[in-house]
Write a protein of this length. Structure first.
Length: 434
């Protein structure tokens, strides 16, 4: 399994990465410059103290009697260097190209008055020694053990706290910047011009308020556009019923003939198509039915009994024990369209009530018919789309039944999905939030 680092895909992760990396780099540069300046200052002060201290200590030892020098060593020894009253270790001659800066400071402090020699002392901790004779010829060795510039114990803690502060500020800034986009994306996903539009909150920064106002205006225009088109469809469909009725009346006074029967059949198909058009227009833009609380089990039992009274093979399985607040006529029309569709293509239908993993109410209409090709499961929900391509109303229908069912399912706060059953047939599932 290979792991590849790539550019983040979400805007929040991209902004977080950019802000965090830039702030950490800027903080790192600032900290490095401050630490380097502190290091230079500390080194300069330490070397200055070294020069003064070494010059003073050697002068003291040079003026003390030989028998008193040992008692003074604890007073003049320091943490990083000490004085020895002997010739020290043999070591190796110091390389002139790699002279430590401390050796240069000692040389500047004592070089004009004493004959200095420097030797590197190998070992676990490499260090060097400066050898010089006092005025009476006694040898003195300055054993220097360089160490790193001390770092305050609280400095790493402060560094971690600063990085945590940077991370928190970055997260807050990214969240503040991305929240309006997330809210807008959620509003676009739930945009339903057929339902009552829910306007976005237009408060906040100028850009956010402008985007929310533009979205609200767009949502309003789309709803008005669809409403106008559906009103035109409903008006045309409604107005066509009058001339169709007149034509059917005139056909009744015609002599019996094959042409009369064909004309009567064509007028029946036109009348059915007009009624379906009116029903579809009402389902799209006209959700005027008031909500009522219904016992879902009793409601479904009544629907199934009506079909069984007409000797239709319709059955019901499962119980919900749910009192549903919905639009009963719209829900009944959805189920009737689905059951009629199952009876038409399979000869039988089975209603199955249950719940989904998300706690939604599930009503399935199952049949054992030929099903629908997978690539057509979405298209068949579109108006006037028919899987059966003939123009015969008895076989192909008008292509509006599933479209009406889908629109009404959305109008009652649910959704309609189609899928093919593994054992054969079609499953039309209605999901409703409780």
């Amino acid at each position: 399994m290979s792991f590849r680092l790539g550019w983040p895909r979400t805007l929040a992760s991209q902004l977080t990465l950019i802000f965090l990396v830039s702030l950490v780099c800027a903080h790192g540069l600032s900290f490095s410059a401050q630490f380097y300046e502190r290091y230079i200052s500390a080194r300069t002060a330490m070397l200055g103290n070294l020069e003064n201290d070494v010059a003073t200590s050697v002068a003291i030892l040079d003026r003390l009697p030989a028998n008193e020098r040992a008692s003074w060593l604890p007073r003049i020894n320091r943490q990083n260097y000490r004085y020895l009253l002997d010739a020290g270790e043999t070591g190796e001659p110091m390389n002139s190209n790699e002279v430590p800066i401390a050796a240069k400071s000692i040389s500047e402090a004592l070089g004009e008055q004493y004959a200095l020699t420097f030797r590197d002392i190998p070992g676990v901790q490499k260090h060097f020694q400066a050898h010089l004779p006092l005025a009476d010829g006694s040898p003195i060795t300055i054993d220097v053990r360089p160490s790193m510039v001390p770092v305050a114990y609280w400095l790493p803690v402060v560094l971690v706290l600063q990085l945590a502060l940077l991370l928190g500020c970055t997260w807050f800034a990214v969240r503040l910047a991305v929240r309006p986009l997330t809210r807008l994306a959620r509003a676009v996903e739930t945009l339903d011009p057929n339902a009552h539009p829910t306007p976005l909150d237009e408060q906040g920064p100028t850009e956010v308020a402008h985007a929310a106002a533009a979205f609200n205006e767009m949502q309003k225009r789309i709803a008005e556009y669809l409403k106008e088109r559906m009103q035109i469809l409903a008006a045309i469909s409604h107005d066509l019923q009058t001339p169709i009725t007149r034509m059917k009346l005139r056909a009744e006074f015609m002599d019996d003939s094959v042409d009369r029967d064909k004309l009567w059949s064509d007028l029946g198909e036109m009348e059915h198509l007009v009624r379906e058009g009116v029903a579809y227009a009402r389902s799209v833009h006209g959700a005027t039915e008031a909500n009522h609380r219904i016992n879902l089990d009793a409601f479904l039992d009544s629907l199934v009994f009506d079909y069984q009274d007409m000797n239709k093979s319709v059955s019901l399985s499962g119980k919900s024990a749910v009192v549903l607040d919905t639009r009963p006529h719209a829900l009944r029309r959805v189920l009737v369209n689905l059951v009629d569709n199952a009876l038409k293509f399979a000869g039988s239908a089975q209603l199955e009530v249950g719940s989904t993993a998300n706690g939604e109410l599930s009503i399935k209409v199952l049949d054992n018919g030929p099903g629908i090709a997978e690539e057509e499961l979405v298209q068949v929900m579109q108006p006037f789309y028919r899987v059966e391509s003939s123009r015969n109303r008895g076989t192909g229908g008008t292509g509006l039944g599933l479209a009406i069912a889908q629109q009404l399912a959305v109008a009652i706060g649910g959704s309609l999905t189609l899928s093919n059953r593994p054992e054969g047939g079609l499953c039309a599932q209605i999901k409703i939030n409780l």
